[in-house]
Write a new protein. Structure first.
Length: 372
């Protein structure tokens, strides 16, 4: 007999679950959480609830799989210090831009100047790579490369690099409903499932560059009004299995990658191409290219356990280790045991319907563990 909805919801932690009506996408992506789209992030409201439940203001939280920096941003808003570690150079760039303190007047002056210059971008420069020629119309790639030429003239170069990447994501020859992971360029008109009409491939990037320059300033200014100015975020670029974590922490809050699901470097390939970022995908735990064979799953278990063991060694006794994951293969009891952690609770939560064309019910667990 199928489980009824009442039975299903009786197993959920309703304080960690929200409906789409209660928590629409625009709220889940408040202020700097939407400086750049990121497939795979967990929502700030969940992080806020877990920080409030398991940690104290002025504590220092560690996220060894920091991704787009949701834990770091929300820690600053909730009055905690935070350190995030990630193997992907783009993720670290995005985290630094989201969490850096800014002189808002100076930043506003620079971004307003850049926005005005978008109308007359230089149209010559380095010859685009094969990837850029494949995925962008000639005018779009010329405008992206022209914007890139402006960046060294400004102090807030990392902010401009994120704006460039965000515009590059939108300006690809990709269907509007398939921006997360398009497989092939879209060169002809197509029926758009997002807009429910015929759409054409994007031909230009200037409009995105101008719009995202203005939007980025507004989001950083909004975050500046809610963050705790006495708290700091630190971003460490490297493999958390090996990196010196440089400190003592009061707890861990993280959402590790899933096995064989997402290539976090390929997801932002356009940024690596345009910005010349260091690509370390061969070190990525659970990379999509690894698949989900028995050998791949064992490598995943070993990798996640090694990270959690190293991270929990920087904790005081009985500190919380909070892992947000959809553990449909039931890998985490063994992973936690290998890492020297004891599982205290498994809190199930309902996840809002995702964006794009994905639908249906989706659930994940918050695993609450402590050093054994």
């Amino acid at each position: 007999m199928a489980v009824t909805q009442d039975d299903l919801y009786a197993t959920l932690d309703l304080d960690l679950s929200w409906s789409e009506a209660e928590l629409p996408e625009r709220v889940r992506t408040k202020h700097v959480h939407r400086l750049h789209p990121y497939h795979g992030k967990f929502i700030p409201q969940l992080v806020e609830a877990l920080l409030d439940r398991y940690l104290e203001r002025s504590d220092h939280v560690l996220d060894p799989f920091a991704g787009s920096g949701t834990t770091l941003v929300q820690a600053l808003e909730s009055g905690l210090d935070a350190t995030g570690v990630d193997i992907a150079a783009f993720n670290c760039l995005l985290m630094r831009v989201k969490t850096a303190p800014y002189d808002l007047a100076e930043l506003a002056g620079e971004l307003q100047d850049v926005a005005m210059r978008v109308e007359s971008l230089p149209q010559r420069g380095a010859r685009p790579s094969g990837y850029l020629r494949k995925w962008y119309a000639p005018r779009a790639v010329a405008e992206l490369l022209g914007f890139r030429e402006l960046i060294p003239e400004y102090r807030h170069r990392e902010v401009l690099r994120v704006i460039l990447s965000r515009a590059a994501r939108s300006a690809r020859r990709a269907a509007h409903f398939d921006l997360e992971a398009p497989k092939e360029p879209q060169r002809e008109e197509y029926w758009c499932h997002k807009h429910r009409r015929e759409c054409r491939p994007v031909e230009a990037a200037a409009g995105f560059l101008r719009r995202y320059t203005v939007d980025t300033l507004a989001r950083i200014e909004e975050f500046a009004g809610v963050r705790d100015v006495d708290r700091e975020a630190t971003v460490l670029h490297g493999d958390a299995r090996e990196l010196d974590l440089a400190g003592q922490y009061d707890g861990i809050l993280t959402s590790p990658p899933y096995p064989g699901l997402i290539d976090y470097h390929e997801q932002h390939r356009y940024a690596y191409e345009l910005l010349g970022l260091d690509d370390r995908r061969e070190r990525e735990i659970g990379a999509a290219a690894s698949g989900t064979s028995l050998v791949a799953l064992e490598a995943y278990r070993a990798g996640i356990a090694a990270v959690l063991a190293r991270a929990s060694a920087a904790l005081p006794p009985d500190a919380p280790v909070l892992v947000v994951v959809n553990d449909r293969r039931d890998l985490y009891p063994e992973i936690l045991a290998r890492a020297g952690l004891r599982l205290e609770a498994r809190l199930r939560r309902h996840v809002n319907r995702r964006t794009g064309r994905r639908a249906g019910e989706y659930f994940e667990d918050v695993l609450v563990a402590r050093p054994a």
